[in-house]
Design a protein around this ligand. Sequence first.
Ligand SMILES: *Cc1c(COP(=O)(O)O)cnc(C)c1O
Length: 377
Amino acid sequence: MNTKIWLSSPHMGTAEFEFVKEAFDTNWIAPLGPHVDGFEEDLAAFTGVAQVAALSSGTAALHLALVLAGVGRGDEVICQSMTFSASANPITYLGATPVFVDSEPETWNMDPLLLEHAVKDRLAKGKKPKAIIPVHLYGMPAHMEEIMAVANYYDIPVIEDAAEALGSFYKQQACGSIGKMGILSFNGNKIITTSGGGALIGDNTADIQQARFLATQARDAAPHYQHSHIGYNYRMSNVCAGIGRGQMLVLKDRIAKRRDNFHYYQTQLSALPGVSFLQEPRGFFSNRWLSTVLIDPVLSKGVSREMIRLALEKENIESRPLWKPMHLQPVFEGAPAYLNGVSATLFKNGLCLPSGSNLAITALERTVNMIKQLFEK
Ligand SMILES: *Cc1c(COP(=O)(O)O)cnc(C)c1O
């Protein structure tokens, strides 16, 4: 059997283990400590925000962002439909309802025109959405200026889901730093990892401090355990933050390699009939977390997305269909949705190719050759 080629696997540098060892040597084995502070500072410097709270996951970060936005039972929150379920799940943790908005074809992210239509329609139905969650999918920035214009006009806070977009920039601004708050993820498959973790980022110091407070069981200032708020156990551990500090030292290399992967696939495959790649609009910079490809079944002479996926699987090469939109998920059946068909088509025709920053050129060649062979048949 050929060696397995993974979609996106963890890629450690050389300093991570030293940071972790330091945590052990100093016995900072807790959900606080100098590495947590240091990782937060590193992330703030990289993204240009005033404040960062390092947390146990991106999902936890989104949950806290929604708490801070005052989301509660019976409320509605607008969410991009084309995304991973973790963008929408925390809305339901708070007893609120997600309202899904479809994508535009240029970035595959929230369509600003459809967003405005959705906001107007919810207002007409007597409910003002409490927050808007756009996503920078696969690292490609959303059309933030247009989204922020709608959000500001209707005075609704934007929480950017930048879980896949650390290192992506929209007109020089880091993804996650543009809305009221943003969330990052350091899960094992993301561009950098802490084995599991996330962060809430923003410029409002009071908000992020409140997030840290809620994330450590909401303990009031008292010698005994006193609580006036419902708390969570969502802080990042000092051991994980040590991994994160090491990963920050190689983040720029990881972005460069992921972008090289994309460039290689595009150069090798874009001449094939019906095959196309997601382009960066002017002023957009994608970290190319995952390289994705679209197969137009009308032009591709019988080769479908699924044929490619199965052929790669047979060769021990992991690939995966694009995210299945939330409005098509059984668990969100019946949730309000504003649709234009874009995300459904992307799901039907799109494929994520092996994209790790640790892939050898031979792995990329194997993948490309398999795909080319299918088109030659
Ligand atoms: C990974 C991911 C999350 C969740 O992050 P975790 O750290 O895994 O909880 C949220 N949204 C998107 C778009 C993601 O890809």
